[in-house]
Write a protein that binds this ligand. Structure first.
Ligand code: GUE
Length: 307
């Protein structure tokens, strides 16, 4: 009766493990060529969720042989002091990647801080130089979450050319760079957001839906065209049945009825974000050593954000 393909769960943990295995192999080659890649993670304040992410990043880095340095600063750190730390890290040759965990406390100007990170060490791809480069389709350091989503989509759908992708959300961290990457992959891209008219109708036209709005379970089966592929970027902590739960921007159980394939939360996009942070750290190390003959002999970067 139903000719549709069986529902497929997109396993972000398994995909991330594959990416991390590639990273580990590359780290070994880099070390053989005399370079031990290092990542600095800067956390300002005590936000418990951020602390969990930072801990996960440090663990994954260690697993694939990347040195990670954690800088924890108190919530009342002055902007000038944070900028000074970034300048020090910019000038430290043992640091190849710098990640400043967001959000920053309200008294700190986020864009000034992101602009202070050297574009060659900007493993988040948030510096204007890299944002502009991505928009021009140049090979630059690219934000980790959208890069991870693109890999999941390519693994699931193969060639993305000509597909209609609807990105829900227009943040600088996910929505906008996701749209740029999908365009680069030859999709027809629609970006919708909280002020869009006919949000649901637009979404229902999509072959690919990427939900990144931060609204728990906003997207249900009615938003999804039968056979569409759904990537859920949302990580929302909610209270339900007297306990705390992690849910996405997609109502998973409902969307499952229409989707050909869908990412779970947790275990979907989150682990891929961290895996691509590691990949970007290696890509950054390569950018910083363009003339090093031994590194130049390394195989082409399989990092999609670069190659
Ligand atoms: N400059 C900056 N860059 C970021 O990339 C950045 C940031 N700031 N601030 C916070 C958000 C959030 N983020 C996550 C990364 C991984 C998981 C992750 O691994 N999640 C797992 C476990 C989740 C859990 O159990 O808590 C999963 O979804 O399966 C989650 C969230 C990166 N962010």
């Amino acid at each position: 009766m139903n000719a549709q393909a069986p529902i497929k769960l997109i396993d972000g943990k398994a995909a991330a493990a594959r990416v991390l295995a590639e990273v580990s192999a590359e780290v070994r080659q880099m070390k053989a060529a005399g370079l031990a890649p290092g990542l600095a993670v800067v956390l300002v304040g005590q936000d418990p969720a951020s602390q969990v992410y930072v801990r996960n990043k440090v663990l994954r880095a260690e697993e694939c042989g990347i040195r990670s340095l954690e800088h924890k600063l108190p919530a009342d750190t002055a902007e000038a002091e944070l900028l000074q730390l970034i300048h020090t890290l910019n000038g430290d040759d043992s640091v190849n990647g710098i990640l400043v965990q967001l959000p920053l406390p309200g008294h700190i100007d986020e864009s000034r801080v992101l602009q202070a990170v050297s574009p060659l060490k900007d493993v988040d791809g948030f510096h204007a130089e890299n944002v502009g480069g991505l928009s021009q389709g140049r090979e630059v350091l690219t934000p980790c979450t959208p890069a991870g989503c693109l890999r999941l989509l390519e693994d699931t759908c193969g060639d993305l050319a000509g597909k209609h992708a609807v990105v829900i959300g227009r943040s600088n961290i996910v929505g906008k760079p996701m749209a740029a990457l999908l365009l680069k992959a030859h999709c027809t891209v629609t970006v919708v957001h909280s002020k869009s008219a006919n949000l649901k109708d637009l979404c229902r036209q999509a072959d690919i839906v990427v939900a990144a709005v931060g609204r728990p379970r906003l997207v249900d089966a009615e938003w999804i065209k039968p056979g569409a592929v759904v990537i859920d970027v949302g990580i929302n902590r909610i209270e339900e049945d007297g306990r705390s739960k992690l849910v996405g921007d997609v109502d998973f159980d409902s969307a499952l009825a229409h989707a050909a394939a869908i990412t779970p939360v947790p275990g979907g996009v989150g682990p891929m974000t961290i895996a691509f942070l590691m990949k970007n750290t290696l890509a950054a190390a390569r950018l910083q050593h363009p003339a090093q003959p031994n590194l130049a002999k390394l195989p082409e970067a399989p990092c999609r954000s670069i190659s």
